[in-house]
Design a protein around this ligand. Structure first.
Ligand code: GLN
Length: 484
């Protein structure tokens, strides 16, 4: 099979040396993607003709462009002009946005070659990629297992080497958890660091876009391109964007790493525990100081998230009524019947569950008991972190309690599914930056992820610790074991 280097710097070097046009190279890359996709279904909608005919931006990009020719997969909830952006839902089947998300403009300015339509849980509701209308994505480490979710297509495509990097979105763990399941790096930036303009909203106070890559260096490179203020997103922040790649080689001596006791409870798989404890030892040996600490309100995070998330989702999803976008039931006899039939047929079971939950917690009489209370708990969770970052520079936890589970194993048990994100949700509630890094494999040869969280806008410390860990362990090379 035709192959290309799958890290950013090696790809750019290779691309520069070839005398072919960007569209010829895009054609070759597309062939590889199509082959891999047949096995793992990483893309829900893959329209190669549009991609290949749409690469004038890559061809025009400056010689010094930071991502010239680099194939970057885009999760199906990030709007790409002229490409189907379906959120892996029937209700947005065939929806073609007339504009680009800001992150897409930024990638294109740096010459990236975009492959939109990565598979995901419908509207990003899920942790296994199984709620997609286009069928589940499979984990390239073991195709009988889930790739994680909701950015499962993104993690699987990067792990399989179909694309060099991908953009996902993270509302409660959707970048980090699939990154852990597929053995790649997944980074959720601080809320407000990256523009959400053009990201189809799930829960607007929690959503962030971020990269999934094969190593920490590539993560820093993509982060540098997509971060920064955007006048089209009033929640994006004007803080200056540091040069993340400059933090890569700074040593971590004396850096304080917090270990919160609430994250090391029963319910964590034994193999995951072993790998996480090894990771702590590795960092200690590199001179980091390990600080035992507590985040007392963590135990309420999942309940709090499953009130606020669905509440915001139910309101954001009200716009899909068959009038403006996508799917419409054509049989209905009047407007109300059309709304009802369109939404009943267009949304899958999990989306309906979220809409019902959200509408319930916002309804009069229940609003104070659920929604308002959850907001107060959210403040307590953020306060815990604020205090914690007086004692440490970053916090280390497992990314998920287990490695990738079998396809079908949790799909009928929403509570079990929701618990996959027990360790990732707090960072969203508090708006913190957090990353999942590969930290070895289980006895069944499945990747395990370690999570690092930092204070708002301190992405740099995560890049620094992440790169030190990767240099020491070489765990980015674990991906070489995959054959798809
Ligand atoms: N798995 C979580 C959920 O189902 C998080 C999803 C996400 O981050 N988009 O809500």
């Amino acid at each position: 099979m035709f192959d290309f280097p799958i890290t950013i710097s090696s790809f750019i070097e290779w691309f520069d040396q070839r005398n072919e046009s960007a569209s010829d190279v895009a054609g070759l890359i597309s062939e590889k993607i199509l082959k891999i996709n047949k096995k793992i279904n990483a893309f829900a909608t893959l329209d190669i003709d549009t991609i290949v005919s749409n690469i004038s931006k890559t061809e025009q990009a400056r010689g010094s462009a930071k991502l010239k020719g680099v194939p970057v997969g885009i999760k199906g909830n990030i709007c790409v002009k002229d490409a189907v952006t379906s959120c892996s839902s029937k209700i947005l089947e065939g929806f073609i946005p007339p504009y680009n998300a800001t992150v897409i403009d930024r990638l294109e300015q740096e010459g990236a070659l975009l492959f939109p339509g990565l598979n995901m849980d419908e509207f990003a509701f899920g942790s296994s990629c199984e709620t997609s209308y286009y069928g589940a994505t499979k984990n390239p480490w073991d195709i009988t297992r889930i790739p994680g979710g909701s950015s499962g297509g993104a993690a699987a495509a990067v792990a399989a080497g179909a694309v060099v990097a991908a953009l996902g979105s993270d509302t409660g763990g959707s970048i980090r958890q699939p990154a852990a399941m597929c053995g790649v790096v997944g980074f959720k930036p601080t809320y407000g660091r990256v523009s959400r303009y053009g990201l189809i909203a799930f829960a607007s106070s929690l959503d962030q876009i971020g990269p999934l890559t094969r190593n920490v260096e590539d993560c820093a490179r993509i982060l540098e391109v997509i971060s920064g203020y955007d006048e089209k997103d009033s929640t994006s922040v004007k803080n200056e964007v540091p040069c993340y790649t400059e933090s890569l080689f700074k040593d971590i001596k004396g850096l304080r790493i917090g270990i919160p006791k609430e994250y090391f409870t029963s319910g964590i798989d034994e193999d995951v525990n072993v790998r996480i404890n090894e990771a702590i030892e590795v960092l200690k040996e590199q001179g980091a100081e390990i600080v035992d600490m507590s985040l007392p309100h963590t135990k309420y995070a999942v309940s709090c998230y499953y009130i606020i998330g669905p509440a915001e989702a139910s309101s954001n999803l009200a716009r899909y009524d068959g009038v403006h976008y996508g799917y419409r039931d054509e049989e209905a006899k009047d407007l109300i019947e059309m709304y009802t039939a369109t939404r009943s047929e267009g949304f899958g079971a999990e989306a309906k569950r979220r809409i019902l939950l959200g509408t319930y917690v916002l309804s009069s009489g229940y609003y104070e008991a659920y929604y308002l209370k959850a907001q107060k708990v959210r403040t307590k969770i953020s306060d815990d972190f604020r205090e914690a970052f007086k004692m440490c520079d970053c916090i280390l936890t497992p990314t998920a309690p287990t490695a990738a589970f079998k396809l079908g194993e949790r799909i009928d048990d929403p509570l079990q599914m929701y618990l996959s994100d027990v360790f990732t949700i707090p960072a969203n509630l508090a708006g913190l930056p957090a990353v999942s890094l590969p930290c070895g494999v289980t006895r069944e040869n499945l990747p395990v992820g370690v999570q690092l969280m930092a204070a708002p806008f301190n992405e740099e410390v995560l890049i620094r610790v992440g790169h030190a860990f990767e240099r020491e362990t070489g765990y980015d090379k674990l991906l070489d074991r995959i054959e798809v």
